[in-house]
Design a protein around this ligand. Structure first.
Ligand SMILES: *Cc1c(COP(=O)(O)O)cnc(C)c1O
Length: 657
């Protein structure tokens, strides 16, 4: 290890061990970009992230330039950039994969997909999907009345499906029946046994029937976070006995002719393709039985669950999948085809409700770093009469520094030295509590402990034999990067379900990241931090980052967060929505900004909590008048205070530096 790095106190990163100059390829490997970013993100020769919104050969944008050009348009950070071309490309890939599987397996049915609106209800997003999905008669899936209203108003294509899931009251069902007369294709999916009766009553009253589907509660095993979406205790779906009684009830009311769809959904982010195969086999058999019971059938809806490889590791772990989009399509088509063939039943039109797989890639959250905090590892000046604990720590530090010069490093010695330093630090705290140690000495003891940690890190062998405790030394000294965003607003799943998203700087990627850090967000919640990062199939607590340069912004991107994050995000600490923009390529080098959605301002988030900004201003005006009378505030100060408050009400909830 070089002396220079010891002096600057910087943490050595493994790559320092080989002395090749750092290249953008090293960055690509380090952050796994080459794996999860394909084909939309790469690094250019300037060390910036490059975006390829139409895939490998459809033009390129420099993400850093784009962010700067948005800032010039007064669209400050944090900023959500939506690449509508990526959304379209995802849609195209999904359909191509199924087309390919259908011809490969000589499947006699078609494929028709819908987008589950709950994944991202933003108007511009749903509108974009409906308009570019037109060529495939792409439809929508609604899980509530409000989502049904979105779907009903946006879909005009009479061939596109409108799948109605979720709990349904009489009005929901009647709306669907009438929408069929409007020329739409709504399918009312029976998810609860008591919905049959409501469908029967509504159909009788309106003298018309909806298209009907049944959601089956599959018994097949599942895994992962959403594994409980199947099995006897699942929240939605009909058990086999319920399916039988539903069919009989529909038959009695002359509605069996409208039963055309079998639906299942085994949970989001299926990690293991074997789980999907089991479910498909089971559902295939139920489909065959429903046909035999006399229902016309015609559609099999395989739900959502198509996973995203967030870390690019291609494993059946929670941030990844052990299959590709094509593998998925092949399995759906082949399994259903085989099942129907062997029972001589006409193969159904396959419906999929993939949300995550369509919407994850297209949006990138970009935020800036406001500052960095780290513990000081400088060795404090020595003074006369230092107390014993401090002397002990100095001696420990000397022993570590001495041993780092020897050729062979004994890792049990390192462990012992670290245990000693922690013990002395504890002793110092006890002595302080009891009044035997002053604040200055306590500070020295702490600083010496961190100096020991720094010295130890520099002699750690680069192998896996060292203990977990020693490995964690890096995290003791890691920096905290203060980030201008709220994870509760913009990345809620990282907090709620420990979801991993790829996170990395979007520039300086031709420069070695010499620091290890975690991110702390703007909220004053101790959970408001990012300290779990993708690591080739594993998780790491710290990310390799660059030291801040004076007067220069340090900008980080969070990728693959286009699904679920926006709507699940909340107003914790009253941080509102960020600015967002929709970008479309106009040719291979240029883009246009199709839509701008301004960030919530402080006035809006206050109103969301029933506060009245006008009243708030008036109260403060009266308080300032009183203070002026009292003589504690000058008129000029009062004016400035009111100006600040008025400006804050108009501005975004984030820091504008
Ligand atoms: C949530 C949901 C989906 C979408 O799942 P993804 O994993 O995002 O593809 C599809 N269908 C139903 C019924 C759902 O509840």
């Amino acid at each position: 290890m070089s002396d220079q790095s010891a002096k600057s106190g910087k943490l050595p990163v493994e790559s320092e061990l080989n002395h090749q100059p750092w290249s953008v390829n090293d960055s690509s490997q380090l952050y796994g970009l080459g794996l999860w970013g394909e084909p939309y993100f790469s690094i250019n020769s300037l060390g910036h992230i490059s975006v390829h919104p139409k895939g490998a050969d459809g033009g390129t944008l420099d993400l850093m330039n784009l962010v700067e050009e948005m800032e010039f348009r007064n669209l400050g950070l944090p900023l959500l950039i939506r690449f509508d071309d990526i959304l379209e490309d995802r849609l195209e890939r999904l359909h191509l994969a199924f087309d390919k599987a259908i011809s490969q397996y000589k499947y006699s049915g078609n494929f028709q997909a819908v987008f589950p609106v709950k994944c991202n209800q933003q108007r511009h997003v749903v509108e974009e999907l409906v308009s570019c999905g037109r060529r495939w008669h792409f439809g929508l899936e609604a899980g509530s009345k409000a989502e049904l209203l979105i779907a009903l108003s946006l879909i005009e294509d009479p061939e596109a499906l409108l799948i109605c899931n979720g709990y349904k009251d009489q009005r929901y069902i009647e709306t669907a029946i009438l929408a069929r007369q409007l020329g739409r294709q709504p399918v009312v999916v029976i998810e609860q046994p008591d919905e049959v009766e409501r469908i029967i009553v509504a159909s009788r009253e309106l003298g018309a029937a909806p298209l009907i589907g049944i959601r089956a509660k599959l018994a097949s095993r599942s895994s992962g976070r959403w594994g409980r979406s199947v099995g006897e205790t699942a929240k939605f779906g009909l058990s086999i006995p319920d399916i039988f009684s539903t069919v009989e009830a529909l038959r009695k009311s002359d509605l069996l002719n409208e039963l055309q769809v079998l639906h299942f959904h085994i949970g989001s982010q299926i990690n293991d393709i074997a789980v999907l195969k089991d479910a498909l086999q089971e559902a295939g058999q139920i489909y065959v039985e429903l046909s035999r019971l006399g229902a016309p059938m015609g559609y099999l809806d395989v739900g959502g669950g198509l996973g995203i490889d967030y870390d690019g590791s291609r494993t059946a772990t929670s941030a990844s999948t052990n299959y590709s989009l094509q593998n998925y399509a092949n399995d759906v088509v082949a399994t259903v085809g085989e099942c129907c063939n062997s029972h001589s039943i006409k193969a159904p039109i396959l419906i999929s409700e993939s949300g995550r797989a369509i919407a994850s890639h297209f949006s990138v959250l970009v935020f800036n770093v406001l500052g960095v905090g780290a513990v000081s590892t400088e060795t404090p000046e020595i003074s006369n009469d230092e107390p014993l604990v401090v002397t002990n720590l100095r001696e420990t530090l000397e022993r570590i520094e001495l041993s780092s010069k020897s050729a062979v490093i004994d890792s049990s010695f390192l462990q012992e030295a670290w245990n000693d330093s922690l013990k002395f630090k504890d002793d110092a705290l006890t002595a302080f509590r009891l009044g035997y140690l002053g604040l200055v000495e306590r500070a020295k003891a702490e600083q010496l402990t961190w100096a020991c940690a720094r010295a130890l890190i520099q002699c750690l062998p680069d192998d896996k034999s060292i203990s977990e405790e020693l490995k964690e030394l890096r995290s003791v000294l890691a920096s905290t990067y203060y980030a201008n965003f709220s994870i509760f607003r913009s990345a809620p799943d990282t907090w709620a379900i420990e979801q991993l998203f790829p996170v990395m700087p979007i520039h300086r990627l031709n420069e070695e990241p010499t620091q290890l850090g975690r991110f702390a967000d703007l909220t004053c919640d101790s959970d408001g931090k990012l300290e779990r990062f993708i690591n080739h199939g594993e998780v790491k607590p710290l990310l390799e980052l660059h030291p801040l340069n004076d007067g220069e912004e340090y900008i980080i991107g969070m990728f693959l967060g286009g699904a679920y994050q926006e709507v699940m995000g909340n107003l914790h600490n009253l941080f509102g929505s960020t600015n967002s923009v929709h970008i479309r390529m106009t040719n291979t080098k240029n883009y246009q900004v199709d839509h701008v959605v301004r960030a919530n301002n402080n006035s809006e988030v206050l109103e969301a909590m029933e506060h009245d900004p006008e009243q708030l201003l008036e109260r403060l005006r009266i308080a300032s008048e009183t203070a002026i009378q009292r003589g504690s505030l000058k008129i000029k100060g009062a004016r400035l205070l009111m100006d600040h408050i008025e400006a804050s009400l108009r501005q975004s909830t984030y820091l504008n530096c």
